[in-house]
Design a protein. Structure first.
Ligand code: HEC
Length: 222
């Protein structure tokens, strides 16, 4: 016969632990009127009031407070379709007319900010240069197929449509939208940077300012 040697202390702690875990497990799944026992609270229990509920703190006894007379929306109303949606004002939902010009004045600094945002939010899928070879794309093994921003269709996209892709996402969230992560100004800055990336493969010597050409000894004839 096998004998298990067990000292008293060890034995009682094993029994104790078994009993405790059985008690705790036993509490799960049973209906009770009492609030559950939560050893780690994590702010689960908080005073909150549902719609139409009472709160005696206020004279009228209503938990939900009526709006103060004359309350106006904070921030500017977003009526400028060109700026906030990348669409012309006469656009309809079924017939969107995308703006062809960025509706903001952007400086070189803004484009640099666009680059910084592009690096954070777009490179994982589209890659640094926009060739769709980001690390996520490589690791996804063909499941994620971002558009190559240098292909013919993408070059033909109006800026408003690129803005819309960033704002709302593409093709039922095949590409996620960044409406809440990027401000309106940042989204247009990213659009400008996407255009700048596209230009990097298409610029000719004619596009380079004369003084820079002179400095480097470049000429259009080369
Ligand atoms: C999670 C991966 C992912 C990220 C991050 C991502 N994209 Fe995309 N993007 C895609 C995919 C996938 C498509 C192709 C969607 C399709 O056609 O089904 C796409 C398509 C596009 C298109 C083409 C839209 C069109 O109408 O043809 C543009 C432009 C674009 N992305 C720009 C961006 C920019 C700018 C960012 C950063 C703000 C970004 N994407 C971030 C995955 C991503």
């Amino acid at each position: 016969m096998v004998q298990i040697k067990c000292n008293n202390k060890l034995f009682s702690s094993i029994i104790g632990a078994t009993f405790l875990s059985l008690t705790l497990i036993g509490c799960r799944g049973q209906k009770s009127e009492n609030p559950p026992i939560l050893p780690i609270q994590n702010m689960v229990e908080q005073t909150s009031f549902g719609p139409q509920s009472k709160n005696e703190f206020y004279k009228d006894g209503r938990a939900y407070r009526p709006q103060i007379l004359g309350t106006v929306e904070f921030d500017k109303p977003k009526t400028d379709k060109r700026l906030y949606e990348g669409k012309e004002p006469d656009s309809t939902e079924h017939d969107p007319k995308w703006v062809k010009k960025i509706p903001l004045k952007l400086s070189e600094k803004d484009i640099q900010r666009g680059q910084a945002k592009y690096v954070v939010f777009c490179t994982p899928c589209h890659g640094y240069a926009g060739d769709s070879d980001g690390l996520v794309t490589q690791r996804a093994g063909g499941v994620i197929r971002p558009s190559n921003i240098h292909d013919k269709e993408r070059l033909a996209l109006p800026v408003g449509k690129i803005y819309d892709a960033i704002h709302n996402g593409v093709n039922n969230w095949n590409m996620p939208g960044f409406a809440s992560q990027l401000s309106v100004e940042d989204k247009w800055a990213v659009v400008a940077y996407v255009r700048a990336l596209q230009l990097t493969r298409r610029a000719t010597l004619e596009n380079i300012p004369a003084d820079i050409k002179a400095k480097h000894g470049w000429s259009n004839k080369q």
